[in-house]
Ligand binder design. Structure first.
Ligand code: GAR
Length: 201
């Protein structure tokens, strides 16, 4: 049976689209059963609707505090019984309730070679630092900011004259391929996490 993915998004949803496209092939071994956003009106949620996937939108501003939002997010995801929750451009940190429920099966993709340049502006920070190689990282989310055990990374050279936008676009092209390959392999073959070491079978 296909593994169940819940995908969390905040923006354009190109990583989500890559997952939706991959899941269209039964051999891939996964299906996106729900897509959740932290805001209304994202292109990502439009993409999910076009694909006929159930969606939900939970803006933090609709809740008394972050803990209440985190619990609501947990309660919306749980009934979908995900094998894996994939944060794909989701610009919010999950809290204690979410991590205690989905820790060990919650992955995030980030546009830098972690542990360098965590946070909201990976491509910009890498460019400002003057690195010659950056990239993307798929990792298990823990309580820190982009600190969890690493599943996979892909390198992308920085080119002379790069802007944040065109560097990020090149990273995203590589990131999508990494995401699809490793999520597919994780759900088809399984994985182990021992301390910081992830082994995908
Ligand atoms: C991706 O590059 C993702 O790694 C990044 O946002 C982009 C989303 O693109 N996420 C972060 O920076 C999280 N800190 P998309 O909406 O087109 O998939």
């Amino acid at each position: 049976m296909a593994a169940r993915l819940v995908v969390l998004v905040s923006g354009a949803g190109t990583n989500l689209q890559a997952l939706l496209d991959a899941c269209a092939d039964p051999e891939y071994g996964a299906q996106v059963v729900a897509v959740g956003a932290d805001r209304a009106g994202t292109r990502a949620v439009d993409r999910a609707r076009v694909a006929g996937v159930e969606t939900f939108e939970l803006p933090i501003s609709a809740y008394d505090d972050r803990g209440a939002w985190d619990q609501a997010l947990t309660d919306r995801v749980a009934p979908h019984e995900p094998d894996l929750v994939v944060s794909a451009g989701f610009m919010k940190l999950a809290g204690e309730a979410f991590l205690s429920r989905f820790g060990g099966r919650y992955v995030n993709t980030h546009p830098s070679l972690l542990p360098a340049f965590p946070g909201m502006h990976g491509p910009r920070d890498a460019l400002h630092h003057g690195v010659k190689v950056t990239g993307a990282t798929l990792f298990f989310v823990d309580a820190g900011i982009d600190t969890g055990p690493i599943v996979a990374q892909v390198a992308v050279p920085v080119e002379h004259g790069d802007t944040t936008d065109n560097l990020h676009e090149r990273i995203k092209a590589a990131e999508r391929k990494m995401l699809i390959y490793w999520v597919g392999r994780m759900v088809r073959n399984g994985f182990t996490i021992e301390g910081r070491k992830v082994v995908v079978l």
